[in-house]
Every structure is written in C-alpha cells, then in structure tokens.
Design a protein around this ligand. Structure first.
Ligand code: NOJ
Length: 535
C-alpha cells in the first residue's frame, strides 16, 4: 500500500453535507430556500456531526438548469440573498470550525452571461470565449436531449452546448478563458472559501473527433486552476466519470496540482437500468463496486469519496433497498456500509432522515428539464402517458430536489409560502420532527455513527480490510489503526448468520433496537459495529 501524502490525511477528517440551496430552508417566505436558511440550520448540521458543506450553485443564474447555468460567477442570486448574507455564512461557519466547499462550473456558462452576450455579438475580446463554427463539428448529442450544436441567428454560426441550449461551453483553448476562471477561483478563495466541487471537470478539454470527455489538455487546465501556489492546498473534488484506476490516478495528486479526490459513480447504477427504469434491488452489487474502489484507492494512497446520493439522482435507498416497511433499517445499513469506510463521507440533504422517491400523478409536479425531455422521449418511443410518468416518478432528479421536510406543518416547515417545487409526497410521514421523536430515528443513527467516526482515529485513518466473501449476502470489513480494530457487519436483504462474533470484540453500534449483543443471526439490513484492542 502506498502512503497517503501527509497533507491529504486531514481531508479524511471531513464529513461533507451537500446542500441544494433552493430546497433547504426558506427564511423570507418566497417559497425558495436561501442563504439565511442555511445559516439558521448550521447548529443543526453541527449537531448531526458534519464539519463541511458543499453548496450547490447559488450564483446569479436564469435557472434553466437550476443554477448550473451561471450568469455571474461573482454574485449570489438575488433569490438566495446578497453577498452580505454570503459573508455572514462564511463567518458563521468559521466560528463553528466548518469548511465551505463551493460548486465551480468551468465547462459552461449561461447564455445570459455577459461573456456569451458579447461573444455572440462578435466583440473582439470575447469572440473566442466559446466554441463557434460555421457548421457542427461532429454528431455529439447534448446531455438534456437533441444535438450539442445550436445555430445562433445573431452570430450566424453554431455554438457547442454539452448540456441545455442555454448552457454554451466555454472555450478553454483560449488563454483568456483560463484566466477568467482562475480569477473566479481566486475571488472565492480570498473570500474565505475552503475548496470546490468541480462540475463535469472531465469535459473542459475537447477532442471533436472523439468522445466529449477527457480531451488532450485536461490536465493542463486542471493545473492551471489548482496547481497555483495560492490555491494548491485547498480541497477539490471533481465530478468525473473516470472508468478505471489509471484514469483516476491521473486526476488525484495534490502535489502535482491535480484534484484531492473525485466522484466515481459506478455504484449509483445499482437498482436501475439507465436512469428511469427500475432494476434489481441488490446491495451485493453495491458492495462489490465500493469494495473494489475502496481497496484500489487505498492501495495508491488516494482518497475515496463516499456517497450514495446527490442532487442528480433519486434517493439511493429507494432503488437498492426497502423504502417502506424497512426504511429505517435500509437507510442505516447503507450509511454504515459507506460512511465507516476509509474516505470522505458526503451526505446529501435529507439522507439523514431517510428520504425516499416521491410519486405524483401529473407532470405538473415536476420542474427539471432533464425529466421533461426524457418524458417526451418515452412517449415518442411508444410508452403510454402513465408508463412515461412512472419512469419520471422513479428516476427524476426532482426526487432529490424536493424541499427539505423539517416538520409536519404546511409546506413541511420549509417555507410559509407555496414552495417552488411541490414537497415530497411522503413528507407527512418522513420529516425531521417525526424522525427525531421516533423510536427508530435515522437522524440519531447518523449522529451516533458520525460521533463514533469523529472520536475514533481508526475509523478515519485506519486501513480497510474486507472479510466477507464475494458470494456472501452481507458485508464485513475491518478498520485498523495501531492496536484498535473495528469490525463492521452489514447484512443485506435476506436473514443471514455469521459464524461467531466473539473475536470482533464488544458491540458499540447497531440499528435493530432489540439486538442482543453477540447474536450471530442478522435480520434484513441489520448492522452491528464491534471494537477490540489487539495486543
Ligand atoms: C452536473 C451537475 O451535477 C448537474 O446537476 C448539471 O445539470 C450538469 N452537470 C450540467 O452542469
């Protein structure tokens, strides 16, 4: 095993909570979450046990892709508040020793960004800020449907948009563009931001003759962003669909000015076939994927990003486990499987209360352009309206973007006004207030798990070894540091029995309240954590 670069090790102490600002907490009664809402909930987050926040884009944006179409990188969207609110957030987080990770979107801007407005006019300085051609350069499709090339009447040329028509791709071959993004990074770092999550980083360098990712100058551009002295120690996590360990190794290297870590998405495909069709519910597949990456990354001394949910995917437990009668057990089992491994836990808002997918009987309850495009595609492919809606209910990104359900009051305590997106269809049953009063509380389990992680260096820095065999219907792993050994047993959907747990030491965490210490029989999604001191 290679040793982790010393500077990296501190990152293993982070527990990052991802906030989708539009849906977290509204304080000014307009039905849209805001920065003040985040400030209001900092104590809650601290109590949960997180020490860092990744804030999804809250910059000025016309909102075609909910903030991933930025029209001013240096300004907070008015619906979220002011720069003063932002300064206040940074100061309040500092006070609590929390780190702030902002979302950086360097691949594209909004078509309402000044750079694009001036570029489409052909103004000299901005002429080459985007990719303009007299004809499409290839047959790339845009991620939200249709061609990636759009004809512009004003400029009388085509421009590239890897995502929506309103999201033109920046031309990174132009040094002025590189400089602009460097300045944006400096601006936020100077304001006190501790790091960035970088949107679709693998797409910033293009090879028009190949795929729309991993172009020839990608690393040059990453170094230009993060290899500079003033920013080379900040935390960076790239959204990057790297396929194998060699590719991943090229992207994670602090000293070479690469990234601190990246998101690897393999395991998210469990329980679905494509984004909108349910597949087999199976935690075994999830285990096999994360084990593979955990051990490979550990071998190379690299940091594993431990996550199951984000704003682009419907809640994980609904896909891979039982989100009805065993919802608490499923949510806590998945948390133990991921967050006790070696790496950085990323918790998406709502996971800590066990949120699930929603179900609606009309497309009027949705907002995301991805699911509207997909819905039309399903109809074209011959689905009935009901079938198409079922698929959207299953896979829409809106499932992850419903307002946070704080309590049982009108609009789930998120706002006093009708929210921008209807609240989750199960918000009456699944909300923080109910969860905290329940005997089986997902929140309390998360808090206990994170406390254990915080108090036990072995669970942060320790080495991972996997004990269970591939054919087992459970997952057993250990985390070891010096003499201290933690053994984590997570059972999957079928009851199972392990041979003996005596050697594992004493039990310190479990998710079935009536569990008898030392029991070798494990019920569906039952987990137990043991600790021992080896001499
Ligand atoms: C990935 C983001 O996570 C997603 O929400 C967004 O739509 C695309 N990138 C485009 O920015």
């Amino acid at each position: 095993m290679l040793h982790m670069v010393k500077k990296y090790e501190n990152f293993l102490d982070m527990v990052i909570y991802q906030i989708y600002p539009k849906s977290f907490k509204d304080t000014n009664g307009d039905g849209i979450g805001d920065i003040q809402g985040i400030i209001e909930k900092l104590d809650y987050l601290q109590d949960l046990g997180v020490n860092a926040i990744w804030l999804c884009p809250c910059y000025k944006s016309p909102g075609h892709d909910n903030g991933y179409d930025i029209s001013d990188y240096r300004c907070i969207a008015p619906e979220y508040g002011t720069m003063e609110d932002m300064y206040c957030l940074i100061a309040e987080m500092r006070k609590r020793g929390m780190k702030l990770i902002m979302d950086l979107v360097p691949n594209h801007t909004s078509n309402e960004h000044e750079w694009f407005i001036r570029s489409r006019k052909g103004e000299e300085k901005y002429r080459d800020y985007y990719y303009w051609f007299d004809k499409p350069q290839n047959d790339w499709g845009a991620s939200f449907g249709g061609s990636a090339w759009q004809y512009d009447d004003e400029r009388e040329q085509y421009y590239l948009h890897s995502y929506a028509v309103q999201q033109p791709d920046l031309n990174w071959t132009n040094p002025a563009v590189v400089k602009e993004i460097q300045d944006v990074i400096n601006y936020w770092v100077n304001l006190g931001v501790d790091g960035f999550r970088i949107d679709v980083i693998d797409q910033i360098s293009k090879n028009f003759d190949g795929q729309n990712s991993f172009g020839p100058h990608l690393h040059e551009y990453i170094h230009a962003m993060f290899g500079r002295d003033n920013v080379k120690d900040i935390f960076t996590v790239g959204e990057c669909w790297a396929g194998d360990i060699d590719e991943i190794r090229r992207h994670i290297d602090y000293d070479r000015g690469e990234l601190s870590t990246l998101f690897q998405f393999d395991h998210l495909e469990a329980g679905r076939v494509g984004k909108f069709t349910p597949g087999e519910k199976n935690l075994k597949k999830v285990r096999d994927k994360i084990v593979m990456w955990q051990l490979k990354l550990q071998d190379f001394g690299l940091i594993h990003s431990l996550f199951t949910d984000n704003h682009d995917n419907a809640p994980f437990i609904s896909r891979v486990a039982d989100d009805h009668s065993l919802r608490y057990e499923s949510a806590t089992c998945v948390a133990a499987m991921f967050y006790l491994l070696r790496g950085i836990p990323f918790i998406y808002q709502g996971q800590e209360i066990g949120i699930t997918t929603s179900s609606y009987d009309s497309m009027a309850s949705f907002n995301d352009l991805e699911c509207f495009n997909a819905y039309q595609e399903f109809l074209k492919a011959g689905c009935t309206e009901k079938e198409a809606l079922n698929k959207v209910n299953f896979g829409s990104r809106d499932n992850a973007r419903r307002p946070f359900a704080w309590d049982n009051s009108r609009y789930a305590g998120f706002s006093t006004h009708e929210p921008w997106l209807p609240i989750a269809s199960r918000a009456d049953e699944i909300n923080l207030a109910i969860d905290q009063q329940a005997e089986k509380s997902v929140f309390r389990f998360y808090r206990d798990l994170l406390r254990l992680r915080r108090e036990e260096p072995a669970l942060r820095r320790g080495v991972t070894d996997v004990i269970s065999a591939e054919e087992d219907n459970f997952f057993i792993f250990t985390r070891t540091l010096d003499d201290r050994v933690f053994t984590v047993v997570c059972n999957f959907e079928q009851p199972s029995a392990i041979e003996d747990s005596k050697g594992f030491g004493s039990e310190i965490l479990h998710n079935y309240l009536d569990r008898k210490a030392g029991n070798t029989a494990f019920r569906p999604y039952e987990i137990a954590v043991f600790v021992s001191n080896h001499q």
